[in-house]
Design a binder for this molecule. Structure first.
Ligand SMILES: Cc1cc2nc3c(=O)[nH]c(=O)nc-3n(C[C@H](O)[C@H](O)[C@H](O)COP(=O)(O)OP(=O)(O)OC[C@H]3O[C@@H](n4cnc5c(N)ncnc54)[C@H](O)[C@@H]3O)c2cc1C
Length: 380
């Protein structure tokens, strides 16, 4: 067992950290004000190969693994969880295309997809409830040359910058779910309202409206009638570890902020880092971060092995790390006292952003259900 990152991973971590500090950090205040994803930043991340981190070289990707992706997202979330969220969801789009797209589809969108020149985002959730995937009411009707799709997706990350979406809709004829690639130029496709969230400013979440939208027949994505399993595969293999990685970045940023403030803030003539309760909080943040990191790297490593049994670990890593990030960012706020709630310091942003990671990509209780069900299932 080797707990060290290899040389390539160390270099990746260093390079992405430098990129995040130089290219993303200066944009954070503006994103907090205007809640928009900077297009120039998307272009630069594309040039760096961030979108195609797990895509094979032959499709313009960097051919790295899922652990590498977690390392990358953690470093980005350390500076901006909003940009990590936007990026990680677009990476799900790339991953789903690479795993489930036909060779014609892969060739059509490559290498632009891996380079971030075309952005594909997954759109599953409806107002009927993200947990109840089978309750989705978006429908696709076979019209011979095209599918006619009607429905409304909500909370979709990158809704207003995506060039195409992967829509899950029920085939009217068979009542089974299919996955469909719908480009923003298609007739009947339009982004709806943008949600005004409490955090993750700089990452769009909004509606995708499909009003008699015409998707060409060749845009059926994955196997016919296997749309739900395509969605679950995207969530399980990419979404959960992506969210866990974002939580790691928030915890790392929180830990650094907590230590710095504790060393600089003086009370009773001494730095508050000398006070035992302050040290306890810092120790707890550190322990939660390390535990979450081990779980997240292990889950990503399992996905990388192509293991069929990674859903327990990815679900556990997702709920544990995201909930830990909420506890840790809260503890950092406590260390800051009243300064925690003023915008001069980033810690209130960490806390707000951490809350949004809990339900995104499936709530903690849904993940607990998956873990509990898997662990208690009778073996044949
Ligand atoms: C920041 C953010 C980004 C997102 N990005 C995307 C995206 O890009 N694409 C996309 O498709 N969706 C996206 N979503 C939606 C997300 O996937 C859903 O919010 C999530 O699946 C939960 O759905 P819901 O919010 O409708 O909650 P609901 O499903 O309505 O759940 C409500 C409550 O009921 C509980 N519950 C549900 N079922 C059960 C059960 N069987 N047993 C016990 N308790 C249960 C839940 O745990 C929760 O507490 C995003 C959400 C957020 C916040």
């Amino acid at each position: 067992m080797d707990f060290k990152l290899n040389m390539q991973q160390e270099l990746l971590k260093k390079t992405v950290r430098q990129f995040a500090e130089e290219e993303i950090a200066p944009l954070v205040d503006e994103m907090e004000r205007n809640d928009q994803t900077p297009p120039e930043l998307v272009r630069k991340m594309g040039e760096q190969g961030f979108f195609g981190v797990t895509a094979p070289l032959e499709y313009g990707g960097t051919g790295m693994g899922h652990v590498d992706r977690v390392i990358m997202l953690e470093e980005i979330a350390r500076i901006s969880a909003a940009i990590a969220m936007s990026l990680q969801v677009l990476q799900i789009g790339v991953g789903m295309m690479m795993e489930m797209g036909t060779s014609e589809q892969k060739n059509r969108y490559s290498p632009a997809l891996a380079q971030g020149k075309i952005l594909i985002t997954p759109a599953f959730t409806e107002s009927s409830g993200g947990s109840d995937l089978e309750g989705m009411s978006t429908k696709a009707s076979d019209k011979g040359e095209y599918y006619c799709i009607n429905g409304r997706k909500v909370f979709i990350t990158n809704s207003h910058i995506a060039d195409a979406v992967i829509i899950i809709a029920k085939h009217e004829e068979t009542k089974k779910f299919g996955a469909f690639l719908v480009e923003k130029g298609e007739k009947g496709f339009r982004p709806g309202r943008i949600e005004k969230k409490m955090g993750l400013f700089g990452c769009y979440n909004g509606e995708i409206i499909l009003d008699n939208c015409q998707a060409p027949k060749e845009n059926l994505f994955g196997e016919k009638g296997r749309g739900l399993s395509a969605a679950l595969r995207g969530i399980s293999n990419y979404g959960r570890t992506g969210m866990a990685a974002s939580a790691l970045g928030l915890m790392q940023a929180s830990l650094e902020a907590a230590v710095k403030f504790a060393q600089e803030r003086t009370l009773y003539g001494k730095a508050i880092s000398n006070l035992a309760p302050i040290q306890f909080k810092i120790a707890e943040i550190y322990a939660e971060l390390e535990a979450s990191r081990l779980m997240s790297y292990y889950a990503a490593w399992l996905v990388e092995q192509g293991s069929k049994r990674s859903d327990t670990q990815t679900a556990a890593a997702k709920f544990f790390a995201t909930e830990a990030s909420l506890r840790c960012t809260r503890k950092t706020m406590d260390i800051y006292g009243a300064y925690s709630c003023i915008k001069d310091y980033p810690v209130e942003r960490y806390y707000r952003d951490a809350q949004l990671l809990i339900s995104a990509d499936g709530t903690s209780d849904i993940k607990r259900i998956i873990v509990g069900r898997n662990l208690t299932a009778k073996k044949n």
